[in-house]
Ligand binder design. Structure first.
Ligand code: AMP
Length: 280
């Protein structure tokens, strides 16, 4: 197994990367690594000479009522997984190495960050864009890898990278799912066994809407109703939102005549899960 170096400070990171073979790939994570993260790492390893993974539970992307404290953490296990995946450098900094004393910058992406997760979690995407901008700057990555599971996050980061002229290519990787369709997520660990079984309803709801679309349905309301009805059929699930939106702007669609994305957020007790599926 190749050596994985664990780095804690900005200064060490710069030093470790000076002269590292290029291209450099970056896989940003919040830890509690699973096969979804592993696929991003595998892809980066295939496409780059050096792969950096970051493990940082970013306080700025959690709201007050949000689950920052509750977010699962197990660094020893994560480092073992990074070693298995052949990661060259793991950046696992304390909060004040990311947000250095006096830190006073926020990166705020516009309209694409406002609906869906942006509306449900005010400030969330400012926190995401800011931390990703810091990571991209510190690592000087040629490519950075993100999961399609967080489709709006990918759109926000792509927009930021384009608008700011960042030299990093933002790459999106397909969602990895459990056999029953549940998208892998660090948050799944919080589900009780009954909630875990019930959580397959997210993917079922997406597929129900997708099937209607494949059968020729083009009404946004009809597809939103199909998703909502499927989730309502699961007693442990509470719909947060369902959406049929334009794939470029995330504006809700009345009529689907261009590429679109189905997405939803559903609560099971205190745990909130999201998922999405492209149309077209
Ligand atoms: P997180 O640690 O949850 O912030 O996720 C780190 C990266 O892994 C993000 O780009 C996520 O979109 C991606 N990711 C999380 N879950 C999955 C999954 N099931 N399949 C593919 N990518 C994922």
């Amino acid at each position: 197994m190749p050596d994985t170096r664990v780095i804690r400070t900005r200064a060490e990171l710069r030093k470790a990367l000076a002269g590292a073979p290029r291209p450099i790939g970056l896989v940003p994570t919040m830890g509690w690594l699973h096969v979804g993260h592993r696929t991003l790492m595998t892809r980066s390893r295939l496409e780059n000479a050096t792969t950096v993974a970051s493990i940082f539970v970013n306080p700025r992307q959690f709201g007050e009522a949000d689950d920052f404290q509750r977010y699962p953490r197990n660094e020893a296990r994560d480092l073992e997984i990074c070693a298995q995946e052949g990661i060259d450098l793991v950046w696992a900094p304390p909060v004040d190495e990311v947000y250095v004393p006096g830190f006073d910058t926020t990166v705020a992406v516009g309209s694409v960050s406002r609906p869906l997760e942006g509306a449900a979690r005010p400030g969330h995407f400012d926190g995401v864009a800011t931390v990703v901008a810091i990571l991209l700057g510190l690592v000087g990555a040629d490519r950075a890898y993100f999961g399609q599971k967080d489709a709006q996050q990918v759109m926000v980061i792509k927009r930021m990278a384009r608008d700011l002229g960042l030299p990093t290519a933002v790459e999106a990787c397909p969602t990895v799912r459990e056999p029953d369709g549940l998208a892998l997520s660090s948050r799944n660990v919080h589900l009780t066994p009954d909630e875990r079984t019930a959580a397959a309803v997210l993917h079922r709801a997406l597929l129900a809407a997708r099937d209607r679309w494949l059968a020729g349905e083009r009404s946004g309301d009809a597809l939103r109703s199909a998703m909502r009805a499927t989730v309502d059929g699961e007693p442990l699930a509470r719909t947060d939102y369902v959406s049929v939106a334009d794939a470029d702007t995330l504006a809700e669609l009345d009529h689907i005549d261009s590429p679109a994305v189905l997405s939803l957020a559903v609560r099971f007790g205190a745990t909130r899960l999201i998922d999405n599926e492209p149309l077209g």
